[in-house]
Design a protein around this ligand. Structure first.
Ligand code: HEC
Length: 118
């Protein structure tokens, strides 16, 4: 699937090659795919790179089933830097409607303005 180019001033171009292993869980542009694949777009590159390095070395291990330890294990420092820079430049917009169909409480809260919640 070709990377989706957005007509945005901050577009960082196509996804780095290493992002191919992330699309299934985090979406084509880091927008997330629902509860099992959180949105990771638009976070500071320094933070994202730090998390990936911590998972790679086993210092962060809070994710369910250790999926991020596996996903980060084969990344080089250069790949982590490229991923972090590209993700930081992606829009932090919410996940597409298909992901909302999970019906999680947080999805419902997002749909309903606070004033309309009884
Ligand atoms: C099998 C599914 C899966 C794959 C593949 C995957 N991730 Fe994740 N990722 C997750 C889950 C689940 C979390 C949430 C972990 C947690 O809550 O601690 C996460 C969390 C993250 C976070 C942390 C977000 C934060 O706010 O701390 C980053 C950054 C990230 N992933 C980047 C990547 C990158 C880059 C790749 C590809 C190299 C990738 N992920 C591949 C499932 C995946």
């Amino acid at each position: 699937m070709p990377a989706c180019r957005r007509p945005r001033a901050m577009s960082a171009g196509p996804a780095p090659a290493a992002y191919e292993g992330c699309v299934g869980c985090h979406g084509a542009n880091g927008e997330g795919v629902g509860a099992a694949g959180p949105a990771i777009a638009g976070q500071p590159a320094v933070y994202v790179a730090d998390q990936l390095r911590k998972w790679r070395q086993g210092a962060r291990r809070n994710d369910p089933r250790g999926v991020m330890q596996i996903a980060s294990a084969g990344l080089s420092d250069a790949e982590i830097a490229a991923l972090a820079a590209w993700l930081a430049a992606q829009s932090a917009a919410r996940a597409p409607a298909s992901a909302v169909a999970t019906g999680s409480p947080s999805d419902a809260a997002w749909e309903a303005p606070a004033a309309s919640r009884a």
